[in-house]
Design a protein. Structure first.
Length: 150
């Protein structure tokens, strides 16, 4: 079942538990994290359950939802709120002036799973551009665009 995030405002209760019974709305950064977690869960569910015309790549979430949320928050902190591939400052849900600069969770190895060591937070447009490209190759192409070779 797909849920529109603009119809379901996530909230945090005491102890920073994610749920509807707490009474405090998420700040824009945490709402962005919530949306990335929800996107991963939906992507994994679709990859596991569809027998469509094309064969989907197997994708597994190899941590709990809570661990994923904490991991994403840690990545954002380590990246100082910037895209891991471009260094562009990320914008947060509800405060964005350009939706292409919202954070998006990228699997460094697109053949790999959603697990620690294979994730980075990038701008939405960068994740779209990268697609299934190898991370090193995409970084090389970005360097060419910048006029520098790696």
């Amino acid at each position: 079942m797909l849920v529109r995030l603009d119809e379901q405002e996530p909230e945090i209760g005491e102890g920073k538990e994610w749920g509807r019974d707490g009474g405090r709305s998420l700040n824009p950064r945490d709402r962005s994290i919530f949306e990335m977690v929800r996107s991963v869960e939906q992507t994994v569910a679709q990859a596991l359950g569809s027998a469509a015309e094309r064969q989907p790549k197997p994708k597994e979430l190899r941590m709990t939802t809570g661990q994923l949320r904490e991991h994403i928050a840690g990545l954002i902190d380590a990246q100082e709120g910037r895209c891991a591939l471009t260094g562009i400052e990320l914008q947060w849900r509800g405060e964005e002036t350009d939706p292409q600069l919202l954070p998006s969770l990228d699997r460094i190895d697109s053949e790999g799973h959603y697990e620690s060591g294979n994730l980075q937070v990038v701008c939405r447009f960068i994740n779209f551009w990268k697609g299934a490209s190898e991370d090193a190759e995409f970084r090389r192409l970005l360097a060419l665009v910048r006029g520098a070779e790696e």
